[in-house]
Structure formats: structure tokens, C-alpha cells
Design a protein around this ligand. Structure first.
Ligand SMILES: [Fe+2]
Length: 389
């Protein structure tokens, strides 16, 4: 009989939607696979922190030991901007690269994906903005593109979009095309061992938010609903252990899987929580996962009364008596992993609320929320998230 639980030391392969090699040690497969792909020069896209970690050097050394030359591009912002992508593209062109390997969290993987788009697509980068119908311009070849996640959060490794901000306004834009999926994902839980407790908690809560918002999103997509329901349980069951025991293989492995499931599921859509969070990155450069963690109980409290059946299904899977308990459960989960209880506790001034509301109303995520969200709703929800009422 095939076991239905995670087994330590085992390497798994999944094909929905991207070919995912999953398990401890799959980083060793990267170099021989690139060789098999016939590449002789690659661009490694990462961020300034991961670019200094030992495992990154190990991956690069193993690639170079096969005779493949590499160029590293790591000069990117934590909420990446257009110029990060354009300079990364220049590094690709100057280095005469033939493929792109993204190694990192959501920021690095989104920049890597956007560079893959920009290599042969020479219009202004934001002409490809999905909300302006930019996908129709994605007609040229895309270089081979591979992803190696080092956080269990955004799940960008299995995604087909890149969120890149404008340099001047920090407004987020989405570049999207099914052609931007990675050719192969190397998801190795050991690469998340170096992530400190704070970012582990914040990125993990981002993954939980993806699963919950995708499950509730308006679109009809039972496949994603099933993935999301199981994904949220994996995160809830393992996030505390991952925060407290960074080298716990099983917790790290199931968190990584839960985050990929969240990103697979959110092709269905997201909701009000992401629309509350995006403006906080835009205006005060807040970490996306931290913003979602604080806004999640507030957003779920807003949605709960409108979709009781779905909340009861989530509660059942999470081992709670009923859907009514979910917002309080999320507050205590946050407290147990060191997430501040309110936006006010992170140092963001309340006087920013009107500007946050203006941006939230325009955000791309909330049209998929199960309940319409008005300007007045956003004002009330931010007041709650700031701990004002
Ligand atoms: Fe997110």
C-alpha cells in the first residue's frame, strides 16, 4: 500500500501544474539537470541575503563543476521594482546566458520570472500588466526558467505571475502568462532551514492566507478547493514546529508543500486580506507575510458571516468546533509564533489609514472575495487591524 503520510528522507514528484521535485537533497539534481537541458551559461537570480548563504554557494559550485558558467543577479529589493528586473535582464544579456534559475523567496523568484519574460519581450515591462490585458503581448520565446524556493510562503515557484512594483510609486503590477511557469521546480526543505523564526512565521502565514483566501474565492474550482483545504491544514499543523525547531525536516517539508498548494490553489483568486496587505508594502515597505498575518483574522472575521458553510468546512478540517471560532483561532496562532497583534504594534501610524484605504479599493485581489468590499468596509477593517476597535 502507498503510504499517505510524509516519510522522512523520501523524494517525491508531483505534476500539478509544474513538474515538482520535492524532498531533502533535490538541490543536488539542479546541476545535472541543467546539463541535461544542454545549457552552457545560466543566470542565477537571488536576493542579497540568500546570495550570501552557504547552500547558495554549494548550488552555484555544483553548477559550475559540470562546466556550466553562471552569472549571479542578487541586487533586488524585498518588494521588487521594475529597475531590478531591467538590470537583471541586462546581466542576462551581458553574460550571454541561455537560461534562468531563481533561488529564493517570492521576491527573487518573481524577479527571475519577470527577467525570463523581459529577455525577448522588449515593450515597456508594464505593457505586459495582466490587468491591462498585457498577456496578449506575450508572444515571443521565453528562455528556460527553473525555480528553487528557500521559503515556505509565496509559492511563487509553482506560479505563473510575477508581482513587480513601479519604482516611483511602489504600486504593484502583475505580469502574468501560463508560459511563465517554471520548467521544473526543485523544492528542497533543507534550503528553508536557515530561515529565522520571524520570517518563518510571516512567510508561513502568507501561505495560510493563500489557502484560506483561495478556498473562499468566488470562482468555481473544486480542484483548487480541495488543494486549499488540505494546504491550510498542513500549514496550521506544522507552523509552530517550523518556527521553534528550524531543522525539523517533517515540519519544514510539510510547510513547503503547504505553501506550494496555496499558490496552486490561488489561481482561483485571492480576497480582502491581500487587498488590505498590498498597500502596506506599497506605503511602508512592510513584509508581505507579516501584513497578511495581522490582517488575516480581521479579513476572516469580515467574511465569516457571509459564507458560514465554507467556514464550517474549514473549521472541520482544522479541528475547530465551528467556523465562528476561526478568527480567534488565527489570533492565538499568530500570538504563538510571535506575530504582533495589530498593525499599530509594528510602528505604522494610524494617520496612514486614508491612504491605505485609497490603495486597497484599487487593489486587484478583492474582486474575488466572496463578499464585495466597499470603501467603508476597508476603513472599518483597517481600524480593526490597527487595534482601534
Ligand atoms: Fe501572498
Amino acid at each position: 500500500m502507498i503510504p499517505d503520510r510524509y516519510e522522512n528522507g523520501r523524494i517525491y514528484q508531483f505534476n500539478f501544474p509544474t513538474l515538482i521535485r520535492f524532498g531533502c537533497g533535490v538541490w543536488r539534481e539542479i546541476a545535472p539537470f541543467l546539463k541535461e537541458e544542454g545549457l552552457s551559461r545560466v543566470l542565477l537570480v537571488t536576493d542579497p541575503i540568500v546570495g550570501e548563504l552557504e547552500f547558495f554557494h554549494r548550488i552555484r559550485d555544483s553548477i559550475e563543476s559540470t562546466g556550466i558558467a553562471s552569472v549571479v543577479w542578487k541586487d533586488i529589493h524585498k518588494n521588487p521594482v521594475k529597475s531590478d528586473v531591467l538590470r537583471g535582464r541586462q546581466a542576462y544579456v551581458d553574460g550571454e546566458c541561455e537560461g534562468i534559475v531563481g533561488v529564493g523567496g517570492g521576491a527573487a523568484l518573481d524577479v527571475a520570472r519577470a527577467v525570463a519574460l523581459a529577455v525577448h519581450h522588449t515593450r515597456d515591462l508594464f505593457d505586459y500588466d495582466d490587468l491591462k490585458g498585457g498577456e496578449r503581448f506575450v508572444t515571443e520565446p521565453i528562455p528556460p526558467f527553473y525555480t528553487v524556493p528557500t521559503t515556505a510562503g509565496t509559492g511563487s515557484e509553482v506560479g505563473r505571475s510575477a508581482i513587480i512594483s513601479e519604482d516611483e510609486t511602489h504600486r504593484k503590477r502583475i505580469l502574468f502568462s501560463p508560459r511563465l511557469m517554471a520548467r521544473r521546480v526543485f523544492a528542497d526543505p533543507t534550503l528553508t532551514y536557515d530561515l529565522p523564526p520571524g520570517p518563518t512565521a510571516a512567510t508561513g502565514m502568507d501561505a495560510l492566507t493563500h489557502n484560506m483566501e483561495a478556498f473562499l474565492a468566488r470562482n468555481f474550482h473544486p480542484i483548487c478547493d480541495g488543494v486549499a483545504l488540505e494546504g491550510m491544514a498542513l500549514i496550521v499543523e506544522n507552523i509552530r514546529t517550523a518556527v521553534e525547531e528550524p531543522r525539523n525536516e517533517k515540519a519544514r517539508a510539510l510547510m513547503l508543500l503547504g505553501s506550494m498548494m496555496g499558490a496552486i490553489a490561488f489561481q482561483k483568486g485571492l480576497g480582502v486580506v491581500h487587498s488590505l496587505s498590498h498597500p502596506l508594502s506599497t506605503l511602508v515597505d512592510m513584509h508581505h507575510g507579516l501584513a497578511n498575518a495581522i490582517n488575516l483574522p480581521v479579513g476572516m472575521g469580515f467574511n465569516r458571516t457571509y459564507c458560514t458553510e465554507k467556514f464550517d468546512r474549514m473549521a472541520q478540517r482544522l479541528g475547530l468546533p465551528s467556523g465562528e471560532h476561526i478568527p480567534d483561532f488565527l489570533r492565538s496562532l499568530n500570538a504563538s509564533i510571535g506575530i504582533p497583534p495589530s498593525l499599530g504594534d509594528t510602528g505604522v501610524p494610524e494617520k496612514l489609514i486614508p491612504a491605505l484605504v485609497d490603495l486597497a479599493v484599487q487593489d486587484f485581489a478583492h474582486p474575488n472575495n466572496p463578499v464585495p468590499v466597499s470603501r467603508e468596509d476597508f476603513e472599518r477593517l483597517y481600524a480593526q487591524a490597527f487595534g482601534m476597535r
